[in-house]
Design a protein around this ligand. Structure first.
Ligand SMILES: Cc1cc2nc3c(=O)[nH]c(=O)nc-3n(C[C@H](O)[C@H](O)[C@H](O)COP(=O)(O)OP(=O)(O)OC[C@H]3O[C@@H](n4cnc5c(N)ncnc54)[C@H](O)[C@@H]3O)c2cc1C
Length: 506
């Protein structure tokens, strides 16, 4: 029906599908954003939906940690967050790109207020531990960025002047390029880079005779030898399409999006209901789940499964070998974060850092500064946000050992840590039993095989979730997948209705 233009494609506005789903029961597995959005849109159409969720909370990966939050990882006991009321950190999603139209749409439709998330901040640091002439010295991002712009512009200006470019330029065009390079790099009249106010001051300008004192540029060789041009630092993700400003966050924690969705589908939800088997039947599906009261079976016309693939690998099913292979072989990223509560916002008061990210080559990888409660008293930093091998290594530690590591490495950059630290809570996503990973990672071959297998319904079971989109690792993937699967389910059941008008109609 989509191909025939009988159903609108997923637009970033209210989803107005025609027809009624009355009399049909859809079982939705997982109350993350994909599952709850599917239920929300299907109930608007009159379908009866049951959402089975293993955890005792909704939201899945869309999870903010505040006082009282609990989690138990495999091989680690349950931990409980003991943050002050009003403070939180986002263990999962923390930023919304301005062009993720469906995420923005649902925030609008569900009444979730947004505020700007400051992702790019030139005041944050680059810290190369144990590498090169700048080893163990924190340098502001603005210093490295502007020194590199200066040096590269100077080199290029010289090449243009000496006609050493392999691109032929007219004299007039060459003059324009030089003019641009002087502006881009902050070059002087001789086209040389000798620092500028862009890279900041050693002494800030002020009243009276305080003209301000510029710092000397870092030397190009020391930037290179300290690894500050490596992917750990330079060309970091902040410059990718997804992470360019303007970015947003939900006011009060990103889980406000999940909570707003929950309100719309609360009557359809079964929390604490862990799915153990999915069986396609000749007609419909049979789902087995267990809760505190025991094991139950539930039948429905169709099923939408949003369980992350590594979790689905532990569920019994009678899927085809293509889908089974996808479930078993699509890798998920290992990733972890720790929230550190401090009694004073020293990064703001002492160092003028308001939001943004410090980058380091050690196990921390990144420190995120909060983009809420500026000038407040206390605050929570994300003390590390790491991936792959570093996340694996840190994830193998106990909660106490992770805290110790975050504090030890963090105080190399912020010596205020020991005096100001109060509480921590850490999450290793690949060790949380109902996630078992951060997000799906497909290479181009896997997109053609495993990914393609998940896009088709497996008889009466449809797959949704970030892993069924090209927006993996984003909430937008969950929303886009929900719309796509709802359109497919509704298209199929509407077609059946057209062929057999008596089925399910009254
Ligand atoms: C560390 C991290 C950072 C991120 N950063 C961002 C960001 O900045 N911006 C952004 O937009 N996105 C971000 N994302 C991605 C975003 O969180 C996800 O893409 C999105 O939340 C996935 O939603 P989902 O519904 O597909 O899956 P999930 O949220 O995983 O939902 C699946 C649900 O299934 C449930 N479940 C599992 N097993 C069972 C079972 N056996 N029975 C019943 N239920 C079960 C789970 O508990 C869960 O509720 C981040 C994710 C992580 C992990």
């Amino acid at each position: 029906m989509l191909a025939l233009n009988l159903l609108p494609a997923a637009p970033a506005h209210a989803f107005n599908l025609q027809g009624s789903g009355k009399g049909k029961h859809i079982i939705i597995l997982g109350a993350g954003l994909a599952g709850m959005t599917s239920a929300y849109e299907l109930t608007k159409l009159g379908y009866q939906c049951t959402v089975l969720e293993a955890r005792t909370r909704t939201g899945g990966r869309c999870w903010s940690i505040r006082n009282g939050a609990t989690a138990a990882e495999t091989n680690n006991p349950q931990q409980t967050a003991r943050f002050d009321n009003g403070l939180y950190f986002n263990a999962g999603p923390s930023r919304i790109p301005h062009h993720h139209q469906l995420t923005m749409h649902y925030c609008r439709e569900l009444g979730v207020p947004l505020e700007v998330y400051n992702n790019v901040n030139e005041s944050t640091y680059y810290y190369a531990e144990g590498k090169g002439p700048l080893s163990n010295k924190k340098v502001r991002a603005r210093e490295v960025h502007n020194d590199m712009r200066g040096y590269m512009s100077e080199l290029l200006a010289k090449a243009v002047d000496q006609r050493k470019l392999d691109t032929g330029l007219t004299q007039e065009d060459a003059a324009k390029v030089i003019e641009y390079l002087r502006a881009e790099g902050g070059l002087d009249v001789d086209k040389l880079y000798k620092a500028s106010a862009r890279r900041g001051y050693m002494e800030a300008p002020g009243a009276g005779t305080h003209a301000g004192k510029l710092g000397d540029p870092l030397r190009l060789a020391e930037i290179i030898q300290s690894g500050l041009l490596d992917p750990d630092f330079y060309n970091v993700a902040e410059y990718t399409y997804e992470l360019q400003m303007t970015m947003f966050q939900a006011v009060g924690g990103m889980d406000q999006i999940a909570k707003a969705l929950e309100k719309r589908v609360v009557g359809n939800l079964k929390l604490g209901a862990e799915v153990t088997a999915i069986q396609n039947q000749t007609e419909g599906v049979k789902i087995t789940y267990k809760d505190q009261k025991g094991t139950h079976e539930l039948t429905g016309d169709l099923c939408i499964c949003t369980l992350p693939l590594p979790v689905l690998g532990n569920v019994n099913h009678n899927f085809s070998s293509d889908v089974s292979r996808a479930i078993d072989f699509v890798p998920y990223i290992q990733t972890g974060k720790i929230g550190l509560q401090f009694k004073r916002r020293f990064w703001e008061e002492d160092e003028q850092i308001f939001g943004g990210i410090t980058h380091t080559n050690n196990d921390l990888t990144q420190i995120f500064y909060p983009s809420y409660d500026y000038l407040g008293k206390k605050g929570i930093l994300i003390g590390y946000y790491n991936f792959n091998e570093k996340a694996k290594k840190v994830g193998e530690l106990t909660y106490q050992e992770r805290e110790k590591l975050a504090l030890q490495k963090g105080q190399l950059i912020h010596p205020q840590y020991p005096k100001e630290f109060e509480q921590s809570f850490s999450v290793s996503w690949h060790k949380l039993p109902h996630s078992l990973g951060g997000w799906a990672l497909y290479n181009s071959d896997e997109r053609k095989t495993h990914y393609a297998a998940l896009l088709k319904p497996e008889k009466n079971v449809y797959f949704a979730g970030e892993h069924t989109t090209y927006l993996t690792a984003w909430m937008a993937g969950a929303f886009e997948s929900a719309r796509s699967v709802v359109a497919s389910v509704h298209g199929r059941l509407s077609e059946q209705r057209l062929s057999y008008p008596s089925v399910g109609s009254n």
